[in-house]
Design a protein around this ligand. Structure first.
Ligand code: UGA
Length: 441
């Protein structure tokens, strides 16, 4: 919405939320999320044509177009628990619009949803239309965290799905006009509603599949002496494969990939396609394996015990340049090591203790983890250093100083293949990465 406000001064954008604390944060100097470049745009547009408010009803009444951007987490209860999307927030929004709107509205699904959700929203709105016309569009978001502002400013494509009817096509055109303020027309793809919804899930499933594929190969590299980065580079030069999203890691995290694949799997099962469901579920299984495999390797290398050993974890966010920790692979690695009674010292330039507490429990010696505000304090006296997020600043640390402060032998596990292992070994570290055999044969 900040980007639309920036690119479309003729439009007035109001972002509403029932969470007053969150809206207050959006109206303050401390935005509730860290995203490079976002604060500048929000500060420039806020009070001009971008507003943040808790007055949901007034915003609905005033709007011509309403974007639904509520969260749709994986259900934790009842039928489909652990896999299906929880659509209660979305349904509440639809009912709210039906209750409050006094005129025709275009309702745009921005949240990532299972295919055919638009149909439910449509039914709720139409059953309560009382003479008003509601058009439903699907306009999935393809930005990635950490690069959101660039992705929004120059998207590969914008996707808009809508009804085939004349009114549906007119609604699509209205939204096309918004994006056409800065996105070339040929990059704005229009489809029917279902194709748009399914394209979003499919795009994320394909991206996640690439990561699981290269991570699967990383395990084989470790056994055979091949180097996964070399393999990724070699295959990525094939223009049909392409070089992106082939970085082996401790596994993908984030709020989207796993949730969207679960959604896809659930849909396939629902429509009687167990083979298709099993195929996509394999992407998640490989990811779980990769996270577990890393923690096991740390344990095995540290002489099969980490009990009471200090382990320094550098990076807790699910990727660099974000403070988002949702489904971060670091959570799983830390949990596995805490179960083995390790003492974990975490350093992350953006993540707060409060966020980690939600994942690992209270911060105290009994739970076994602490958050350090200084990377050298985190590594002092540690038996091992684990790089779990690829923050750029980790490339420039004083590794000689870190090495000298550690227990010997000093182990370093680079879960992101960020560092120069040869240079670390020259300092004295027992260093290993992902998909790399201990020493070159
Ligand atoms: C992902 C998609 O990339 C976006 O296109 C999509 O809009 C978004 O989900 C969404 O559905 O909202 P995001 O999760 O923000 O974006 O970040 P990614 O850059 O895709 O990274 C996801 C995870 O995969 C991270 O943990 C990252 O470290 C990992 N990853 C990524 C790898 O392990 N290797 C790679 O080569 C790339």
């Amino acid at each position: 919405m900040a980007m639309i406000a920036k690119q479309c001064p003729q439009h007035e954008i109001t972002v509403v939320d029932i969470n007053a604390e969150r809206i207050a944060a959006w109206n303050s100097d401390h935005l509730p999320i860290f995203e490079p470049g976002l604060a500048t745009v929000v500060q420039a547009q806020r009070g001009e044509n971008l507003f943040f408010s808790t007055d949901v009803d007034a915003a609905i009444v005033a709007a011509d177009m309403i974007f639904l951007s509520v969260n749709t987490p994986t259900k934790t209860y009842g039928l489909g628990a652990g896999r299906a999307a929880d659509l209660r927030y979305l349904e509440k929004c639809a009912r709210k619009i039906a209750e409050v709107a006094q005129s025709d509205k275009i309702v745009v699904e921005k949240s990532t949803l299972p295919v055919r959700t638009a149909a439910s929203v449509k039914r709720i709105l139409e059953a309560n239309a009382k003479g008003r016309n509601f058009q439903i569009l699907s306009n999935p978001e393809f930005l990635a965290e950490g690069t959101a502002m660039q992705d929004l400013a120059a998207p590969d494509r914008v996707l808009i799905g809508g009804d085939d009817s004349e009114a549906g096509q007119a609604a699509i055109e209205k939204l096309v006009e918004v994006y056409a303020n800065w996105v070339p027309r040929e990059r704005i793809i229009t489809t029917n509603l279902w194709s748009s919804e399914l394209s979003k899930l499919t795009a994320n499933a394909f991206l996640a599949q690439r990561i699981s594929s290269i991570n699967a190969i990383s395990a084989l590299c470790e056994e055979t002496g091949a180097d996964v980065d070399e393999v990724a580079h070699a295959i990525g030069t094939d223009s049909r494969i392409g070089p992106k999203f082939l970085k082996a890691s401790i596994g993908f995290g984030g709020s989207c990939f796993q949730k969207d694949i679960f959604n896809l799997v659930y849909l396939c099962e629902h429509f009687g396609l167990p083979e298709v469901a099993a195929y996509w579920n394999g992407v998640i299984e490989m990811n779980d394996y990769q996270k577990r495999r890393f923690a096991r390797r740390v344990l095995a290398t540290l002489f099969n015990t980490v009990s009471d050993k200090k382990i320094a974890v550098l990076g807790f966010a699910f990727k660099k340049d974000t403070n988002d920790t949702r489904e971060s692979a670091a959570i799983y690695v830390c949990r596995d090591l805490l179960e083995e009674k390790a003492q974990i010292a975490i350093y992350d330039p953006q993540v707060s203790a409060h966020q980690i507490e939600r994942e690992l429990g209270a911060q105290d010696p009994a739970t076994g983890w602490e958050l350090c505000s200084d990377v050298y304090a985190a590594t002092a006296g540690a038996h091992a250093v684990l790089i779990l997020t690829e923050w750029d600043q980790f490339k420039d640390l004083d590794y000689t100083r870190i090495y000298q402060g550690m227990q010997q032998p000093a182990f370093l596990f680079d879960g992101r293949n960020l560092l120069d292992l040869k240079a670390l070994r020259a300092i004295g570290f027992e260093a290993s990465g992902i998909g790399k055999a201990g020493e070159r044969i």
